[in-house]
Ligand binder design. Structure first.
Ligand code: GCV
Length: 686
């Protein structure tokens, strides 16, 4: 986007039509229902400043005033000191300071004053007022500064342009089709895209990558002859301050350019990327940059030419640098053709082994995008040791909102508590920086949104999308407070007949849902006991003998992967103190990660006092009971939530309960047979 002032504003008249078209979309309003804007009703609002995003702010306020009463005045310039006749002032003070997303909020002389030095800041300030609701108009206070902790808060869409024979339109997508593509073409439903941008801006997201990191032929062409399709999307997202990024194939010079090589050190390759990138910026002047999955799960990369990943990333960084673009280079590089009998190769080690030696070798506009755990978005993993081990590299932390391994948006699994644990983790120990501070390259989430009317398939999965933006803005935010915030905005409980019961019910079904999911699925950090391919539902040995490097090594005596330095793969030694020591010993390793780091006998006693095998049984029974209770709680909210949404969630709870029982029965039967140890409570194990 551009923050440069546009055209003359004139007094109290808006310079163009208010930006309200997004409110006409058929899609669910998610966390921006009209009711959330009631707080602007009966207020006298001044919007001052010029530029396209100021127009957006004005359009939002004008729509709220039209619906709920109130007046909005548009001024070309105006400062907080002007206009005592207003209840709310939204003032752009210095448009010259481009890209500034912060704002200040003050209450003075009975007025609420939002000031920003960049247009995006003004938009964030408006949405902040909406979030605060009536509290934004209470009392008096000095200006408070609000500024995002992480400059980039980005969603990666794993959307295919053409339907992939195995992965479909959206890889790991559980929310219908793509918002951007259908059957090989751009959908062109730009009103929907714009509404998406509006939702994202309101939770703090400021960047979107519009295609799958697995770049097949149709997606590859987005970089060149189909850049116009990407430009249309960028146009639709721009009014909400969202920059558009593109996943590209490292082999583009060969696949698209007809060169014989993609070697990053060859001049012709560098020239090809420079030319292609110049054309991208001609079409999209505020283009964000490239996302690259290289040498990963079959995608091409610099290894083919004997070059390093720094060479690869820097090639694209150099092409983007003249335009202020960034390359997001993924660290998800591992051997996916392993022999399960080879116990020296450990997938968990791979990102660290490949990338940490390259610390300091990446350009300033190259961001290394690291999955939050060392393997692959499991329900429970330790924090990747790469984060904290590359102080001279800009790292982005990648999380997965799409629920590939966490219930595929058929199960309720609110992930903010998990992500918050990651972002609060201190890789260097108690006094050192948190992950949320080390992620100088930003927070990136694989999007869980699609063309489903509720955006996310499961209406309650909207809470995960919302949390991505809010945690990117403030990584140390309380995740439960964020869930409450989402509940207040989305359900506007006060507008219904029994606000407290609605709030309590929603909290009850959401707050611990990640831990509930963990209980009935894979125990103690072991992960990957899922059906191969689609990754839904249980299969204890589904990946046990596969080449993907994801094993639990359960036998008749015990379970878990020995990743200690002393006797295992040495992975525990990739951590700094104190974690290397904590994880090295089964005696000090936290229970929830025990089987990630250690192979232990079934009779091993956990810190909780129970044995591993009994924990396996107990948690599966508890998990099912918790899902059954949540289903009842949800049923009790009928009449407090609109019928269609209530029915959609109720139907998904039936499936969640069925699936949780299946997990319980499969996991428990498997380990009863393997271990021969009966359940201490004599419950029926199928
Ligand atoms: C886009 C996992 C998923 C793949 C995904 C990959 C990645 O392996 O199963 O679908 O590919 O992660 O993050 O690149």
């Amino acid at each position: 986007m551009t923050d440069a002032p546009r055209g003359p504003g004139s007094g109290s008249e808006p310079p163009g039509p208010p930006v309200v078209s997004v409110l006409r979309t058929e899609a669910d309003h998610a966390w921006l229902p009209p009711e959330a804007f009631r707080v602007l009703g009966s207020r006298r609002v001044l919007v001052s400043g010029t530029g396209p995003l100021v127009d957006t702010v004005h359009g939002e306020v004008a729509a709220a005033c039209e619906r709920f009463g109130g007046t909005v005045t548009r001024a070309r310039e105006g400062t907080a000191s002007a206009g005592s006749a207003y209840d709310l002032l939204l003032c752009l003070e210095e448009a010259a300071e481009r890209g500034d997303e912060g704002f200040t909020l003050a209450r003075e002389r009975g007025r609420t004053v939002v000031t920003a030095t960049g247009q995006r800041g003004l938009l964030h300030g408006l949405f902040h007022v909406v979030r605060l609701g009536a509290a934004a108009f209470d009392g008096e206070h000095a200006p408070e500064a609000h500024r995002p902790a992480l400059a980039t808060r980005m969603l990666d869409h794993w959307d295919n342009v053409a339907v992939h024979p195995v992965m479909g339109q959206v890889e790991r997508g559980y929310a219908g089709g793509s918002l951007f593509w259908r059957d090989g073409r751009a959908r062109g439903d730009l009103e929907r895209v714009r509404a998406y941008g509006r939702l994202l801006a309101a939770c703090g997201i400021n960047a979107v990558s519009v295609n799958n990191v697995n770049v097949h032929e149709a997606e590859a062409h987005l970089l060149t002859d189909r850049i116009g399709d990407v430009a249309d999307i960028a146009d639709a997202l721009r009014p909400y301050g969202i920059r558009t990024h593109l996943s590209v194939t490292f082999a583009a010079p060969v696949v698209l350019g007809g060169l014989t090589t993609a070697d990053p050190l060859q001049e012709e390759v560098r020239a090809w990327w420079a030319g292609a990138t110049e054309r991208v910026y001609a079409a999209i002047p505020d283009f964000g940059g490239y996302v690259v999955k290289a040498d990963s799960e079959g995608q091409p990369g610099p290894f083919a030419y004997g070059r390093s990943h720094a060479d690869g990333a820097n090639l694209l960084a150099d092409a983007l640098a003249p335009y202020g673009g960034t390359v997001h280079w993924r660290a998800f590089v591992y051997d996916h053709r392993q022999d399960w009998r080879d116990r020296t190769t450990d997938r968990a080690r791979a990102a660290y082994d490949h990338f940490v030696p390259l610390d300091g070798a990446f350009r300033d506009n190259a961001v290394l995008q690291v999955k939050h755990g060392p393997v692959d978005f499991q329900t429970r993993e330790p924090v990747s040791p790469v984060i904290g081990a590359m102080p001279r590299t800009r790292l982005a932390v990648e999380i997965q909102a799409t629920q590939e391994y966490t219930g595929q948006q058929r199960h309720v699994c609110a992930l903010a508590p998990m992500w918050s644990q990651v972002l609060r983790f201190r890789p260097g120990g108690a006094a050192a920086a948190r992950v949320g501070e080390l992620a100088r390259g930003g927070l990136v989430a694989v999007s869980n949104a699609g063309d489903d009317p509720y955006w996310t398939g499961h209406p309650l999965a909207q809470a995960n999308l919302y949390a991505v933006g809010r945690l990117g803005w403030q990584p140390d935010a309380d995740p439960l407070a964020l869930l409450d915030e989402w509940i207040e905005l989305t359900f506007t409980p006060e507008a219904g007949p029994d606000p407290e019961r609605l709030r309590a019910g929603l909290r009850a079904v959401l707050r611990d849902s990640w831990r509930t999911y963990e209980k009935y699925t894979a125990p103690l950090g072991v992960g990957f006991m899922v059906q191969p391919g689609h990754h839904y539902g249980p299969s204890v040995d589904g990946y046990e003998y596969s080449p993907w490097g994801t094993y639990h090594f359960a036998d008749r005596n015990g379970i878990g992967v020995d990743r200690s330095r002393a006797t295992g793969t040495g992975y525990a030694g990739q951590y700094a103190a104190p974690w290397a020591e904590v994880y090295e010993s089964a005696g000090t390793c936290p229970d929830e990660l025990l089987l990630f780091f250690h192979h232990v006998p079934y009779g091993h006693v956990l810190h909780s006092g129970t044995t591993v095998i009994q924990h396996i049984y107990d948690t599966r029974f508890e998990g099912v009971a918790e899902v059954a209770a949540a289903r009842e709680t949800w049923a009790s909210l009928a009449g407090l939530v609109d019928d269609a949404r209530h029915a959609r969630v109720a139907e998904r709870y039936e499936e969640q309960l069925r699936c949780a029982r299946e997990w319980r029965d499969q996991v428990n039967s498997y380990f009863l047979r393997k271990s021969g140890v009966p359940d201490a409570h004599g419950r029926r194990i199928h």
